[in-house]
Design a protein around this ligand. Structure first.
Ligand code: FMN
Length: 381
């Protein structure tokens, strides 16, 4: 099956992405760190919990809207940030930003995007947040914050689970670099992905649009490795908050004590996340960290669960467990890699429809009706 119109679920989009994209590109999206145990666990954790639906209380058209950090959104999910989307498809970030606008939710832009802060802002009238990595260069950080604020990004996401990049073994095995190096192996794999190759060579090259134009294109990987600051501390996080005028989210937290500390230093929300299993392997699935973190922080600190969401039921389980919203990257990235903007929109709409459909089956009229009475641990009574 190659056609995005034939996709019935996110796994179908994944298969369609594998068919269209160059192997090194698909593996970059799909892969995780080391033995990929966390990558698998992120999805599997949802299977440990079951949904206890109510009977005779269904509603044909449940209300899937909610609010997150004061933003009214039509679905209880937002789009997680992801770097360099141009590599996956020539439509780049345009795909997911349009998908977010279509379903009425927040788009989060990675600081390592291939369209700039301003280009993205001009593409959407929907809500948008800006994600930042921990850069060594504070001038660059301040400059990016000012640009994001001026362009109408309302919240800041500080990603802290990437002091250095994880050991993603699929990438060196495929000879993957950004921009891609072309050797015999890449040509061989390229023959199996002719449409991706045609787009790649005939359309504008990948760039990290938020970095300065004189950053040499060949050394972007090195530049990123050099610029990430592994010794960034809580004091630095506090400095960053003082430079940002608006709500802020700390992304990459899996411990209750870190979540509490984030709340104390002034973050308004926590993204419980392990970077989609791409960083420290055997770290726990975000979904399984949710109860302890919910208990540790006050009700005013909002929680976003990020990692392994593939079905409407995953979204409902996270909400029932105490999340204010969930977020995801691979579902829209598979859509983008499989079919550009259309594919990203189709994948995100599919999840939006699944949430509504599953709310009818669960027997709830609105998101606020979903509570812990709807879940039970597998094997318990
Ligand atoms: C290809 C790819 C690129 C990513 N780039 C970023 C990034 O630039 N910034 C960031 O905070 N997280 C990044 N992430 C992590 C996602 O934001 C998110 O935490 C993770 O993918 C969630 O897991 P899921 O893909 O199972 O939904 C990236 C993930 C993928 C798969």
């Amino acid at each position: 099956m190659n056609n995005i119109n034939d996709c019935l679920n996110i796994e179908d989009f994944r298969i369609a992405a594998r068919r269209r994209a160059h192997r090194m590109v698909f593996d970059y999206i799909d892969g995780g760190a080391d033995d990929e145990k966390t990558l698998a666990r992120n999805c599997d954790a949802f299977d440990d919990v079951e949904l206890r639906y109510k009977v005779l209380s269904s509603f044909a058209n449940p209300d899937t809207s909610t609010t997150i950090l004061g933003e009214e959104i039509d679905v209880p999910f937002i789009l997680s940030p992801s770097a360099g989307n141009r590599l996956f498809h020539t439509d780049g970030e345009r795909g997911p930003v349009k998908a977010a606008e279509k379903v009425g939710t927040v788009y989060s832009l990675s600081s390592l995007s291939s369209l700039s802060i301003e280009e993205i802002a001009s593409l959407t009238s929907g809500p948008k947040w800006f994600q930042l990595y921990i850069w060594k260069d504070r001038t660059l950080v301040k400059e990016m914050l000012d640009r994001a604020s001026a362009a109408g990004y309302t919240a800041l996401i500080l990603t802290v689970d990437l002091p250095i990049t994880g050991n993603r073994e699929r990438d060196p095995r495929n000879g993957f670099t950004i921009p891609p190096k072309i050797g015999l192996k890449q040509i061989w794999h390229g023959l199996q992905a002719p449409f991706w190759c045609l787009d790649y060579v005939t359309k504008p090259a990948i760039r990290y649009a938020n970095l300065s134009n004189d950053t040499p294109a060949v050394s972007l990987n090195d530049f990123v490795a050099e610029q990430l600051n592994p010794s960034f501390s809580w004091d630095d996080a506090q400095w960053l908050l003082s430079e940002w005028n608006g709500p802020a989210i700390l992304k990459g937290v899996v411990r209750a004590d870190d979540a509490k500390r984030a709340e104390n230093v002034g973050f308004n929300a926590i993204s419980i996340s392990n970077h989609g299993g791409r960083q420290l392997d055997t770290s726990p699935a975000p979904f399984s960290c949710l109860p302890a973190i919910r208990d540790a922080v006050s009700d005013k600190t909002e929680l976003i669960v990020d990692g392994g969401i593939r079905r409407g039921t995953d979204v409902l389980k996270a909400l029932a467990m105490g999340a204010n919203a969930v977020s995801f990257a691979r579902p829209y990235l598979y859509g983008l890699a499989a079919g550009g903007e259309k594919g990203a929109i189709a994948a995100v709409e599919m999840l939006a429809n699944a949430v509504k459909h599953d709310m009818v089956l669960l027997g709830v009229k609105s998101i606020k009706d979903i509570d812990s009475s709807f879940i039970k641990q597998k094997g318990s009574f």
